[in-house]
Design a protein around this ligand. Sequence first.
Ligand SMILES: NC(=O)C1=CN([C@@H]2O[C@H](COP(=O)(O)OP(=O)(O)OC[C@H]3O[C@@H](n4cnc5c(N)ncnc54)[C@H](OP(=O)(O)O)[C@@H]3O)[C@@H](O)[C@H]2O)C=CC1
Ligand SMILES: CC(C)(CO)C(=O)C(=O)O
Length: 340
Amino acid sequence: MTEDPILIWGAGAIGGILGAYWARAGVPVLMVDIVPEHVNACATTGLSIEGPVEEFRQIVPCVTPDQLTGVYSRIVLAVKAHATEGALAQLKPHLAQDGYVLSAQNGLNERVIAQHIGADRTIGAFVNYGADWVGPGRILFGNRAAVVVGEIDGMIRPRTTELHQLMQIFEPDAVLTEDIWAYLWGKLGYGAMLFATALSMDSMTENFADPARGPALMGLAREVMKTALAEGVSPKPFNGFEPSSFLPDAGDDAARKSLSELAFFNSKTAKTHTGIYRDLAVRKRKTEVDPQVGTVAQIAASHGIDTPLLRKLVELIHDIEEGRRDMSEETFHELTKVLA
Ligand SMILES: NC(=O)C1=CN([C@@H]2O[C@H](COP(=O)(O)OP(=O)(O)OC[C@H]3O[C@@H](n4cnc5c(N)ncnc54)[C@H](OP(=O)(O)O)[C@@H]3O)[C@@H](O)[C@H]2O)C=CC1
Ligand SMILES: CC(C)(CO)C(=O)C(=O)O
């Protein structure tokens, strides 16, 4: 493996965990984050990984973007999707001509990254493990889950194999794929339902297990799967999400079975609520709804597919972000009304 440090841009829940595991394994890592107290804690007293999976504290070199010098050949981008363009502008001067950016994010950020730095320098990852940034130098690792890496053109290159090995340090079951888009679109389908779970204060499991919420949840996944098919993508299953159960010809029983598997999978995590819930209820900040759900609705429209549930979901999340609605069961059922 090459020896210049892997730059992790965004040292929060997802990036921080990768940084801590790689640093502990002796892989040279440098993290970059905009929260000075967190940067200071990671680099001095160490980053504390907490929760049921494993507990340890690891010093990980970490700087703010203005403190960064040098050029790097491997950059892992782990900021929220709406921070992608800003982060790309900052990281571009630090990316080697023959280097790459790996997106460890939810959404279709690989498209945005490719536009800015070139498709040949963009690699995709699908991450489904659950984590929360709980304070400076502290991350809750709630549960292990699927981790997949792959080139956006489907080729397997030496750098992809190296990345796969690196991911296996952290997640032994990490997968190397020739079809990263299948996983990214699968997560968009699951992700649309996760956004809906954040319309109320209830946990992911309470949402997935509630028969009254089933129709709206399955309707959201169906709109995303229909759009994926129109894009020529066949989403792949992971951790209880079974894309084929939400295809136009699959019945309600299959969809309900997948919802019940998602309820079960999420009953095992210490991260009971989504990152979206955390943005809305705890951190009181904007979510990734526009670059995730909004983007799918736009892509659907470009294929002539109507997505009334996705559009309503974007509107409801905006309402909560802007203080026009509470997070409540009643807000969730504004989605159900779309089906009436
Ligand atoms: N958390 C989870 O369990 C999962 C998250 N994901 C996805 O992973 C991605 C990252 O999410 P997550 O780790 O939870 O987010 P976090 O908010 O925990 O971490 C992102 C970190 O990046 C910082 N940041 C923002 N802008 C910049 C910038 N320009 N340069 C450097 N750092 C910056 C943030 O600071 P600040 O907070 O001040 O903005 C924050 O510290 C998202 O797309 C998310 O949907 C996917 C699967 C699971
Ligand atoms: C729930 C989770 C961790 C996926 O399992 C996620 O992606 C999120 O919090 O948004």
